[in-house]
Design a protein around this ligand. Structure first.
Ligand SMILES: Cc1ncc(COP(=O)(O)O)c(C=O)c1O
Length: 345
């Protein structure tokens, strides 16, 4: 099966990752890590602290980015009497689910379609947050499925201007696709005690099956850090693989660069067909508006060729497809199939 429906990685892991798996000593698993004797969480949080320049105490680790998001949302919405969270109107369905799980009240704030992209209205987010004073504001950059992102200045402006007891959670699961620059993170979390940035090895580093997420939080959130930390350490096998992935930026950057070919193919082949709109993509997926009249036929034909893409069902995006950017030959099949069915209408 060709899975192009969940923004996974249809390429090969780096050689360093393969080597780390092959050379892993199984006896390592006979013992807990001892790094907590040094007051640290994990060899991975130590390495992330070096790479991102954020103190190790402020590094978060989790079972995928989903775990970081769930822990933060559950923790902050369950404490005290303010359980309101602002969530982008079009976004990953899981945000609503975790807010709902702990009785959170969510307020959707709008994203605006402009040209071939969607955009946050930063001033409106700030005004909205000052009006309703939520416990949390969730931002996703790049956002799934719309693909739009925020600059570090915009994140800083939001953090400067929302109430200081509102926690700002920025889901940056796809951020490494935009830039390898991570230097903006330390100044932001140093300045804002109420800022959390969540990342993952599942997307750019192509290891969704490893379940390794990480994040950074502003100073002074010891209670949350104690709550989120694992007393007896983290999965030592995953730690070894994660360290190798973090040393493999060149491999993963080459893969990410190659996705530009996919984007151009979508644009050139589908961009001008009636009823289609190919949105700007900066992550490892692309959003395509299509004539829904072809939905059933398209589902059938893709299934027959063992391909899965995401037919959006979110309110307002029912006429869109979200397709993971995969290997060239896979994207060629998807584009050819869509084009063939659409032009036979
Ligand atoms: C926007 C967004 N954030 C976070 C995640 C979490 O992924 P993981 O738990 O594999 O790190 C996903 C996965 O698809 C996602 O789309």
């Amino acid at each position: 099966m060709n899975f192009l429906d969940r923004n996974e990685f249809n390429f090969k892991p780096s050689q360093k990752v393969i080597d780390a798996i092959k050379s892993f000593d199984p006896e390592t698993l006979c013992f807990y890590t001892r790094i907590y004797d040094e007051g640290k969480k994990s060899v991975v949080s130590v390495r992330l602290s070096e790479i991102y320049g954020v103190p190790e105490e402020q590094v978060l680790l989790g079972y995928g980015g989903e775990d970081i998001l769930k822990n933060t949302v559950h923790y902050y919405l369950s404490k005290g009497d303010n359980n309101t969270i602002m969530i982008p109107q079009f976004s990953w369905w899981y945000y609503n689910r975790i807010a709902g799980e702990c009785g959170g009240t969510f307020e959707m704030y709008p994203l605006y379609e402009t040209g071939d992209t969607f955009a946050y209205d930063v001033d409106e987010v700030i005004a909205y947050a000052n009006r309703i004073h939520p416990r949390m504001v969730l931002l996703a950059s790049p956002n799934n499925p719309t693909g739009n992102s925020l600059t570090s200045e915009e994140i800083g402006r939001i953090a400067d201007n929302v109430p200081s007891d509102t926690m700002i959670l920025v889901d940056e699961a796809y951020a490494s696709f935009i830039t390898s620059d991570v230097d903006y993170i330390a100044p932001l979390v140093n300045k804002h005690h109420n800022l959390i940035i969540s990342r993952t090895l599942s997307k750019f580093y192509g290891l969704p099956g490893l379940r390794m997420g990480f994040g950074f939080i502003g100073k002074g959130n010891e209670d949350f850090l104690n709550y989120a930390n694992k007393y007896l350490g983290y999965n030592r096998f995953s730690e070894a693989v994660a360290l190798a992935a973090l040393e493999s930026d060149e491999h993963y950057r080459n893969v990410a660069n190659d996705m530009e070919w996919d984007r151009q193919l979508f644009k050139s082949e589908l961009g001008n067909l009636p009823g289609f709109k190919v949105y700007k993509s900066v992550a490892n997926f692309i959003l395509v508006k299509y004539p829904v009249a072809i939905k059933e036929k398209l589902q059938e034909e893709l299934k027959a060729q063992n391909y899965k893409i995401k037919f959006m069902t979110d309110k307002g995006l029912e006429d869109c497809l979200r397709i993971t950017l995969g290997r060239r030959e896979q994207i060629q099949v998807v584009v050819d199939t869509i084009k063939r069915i659409a032009t036979a209408l």
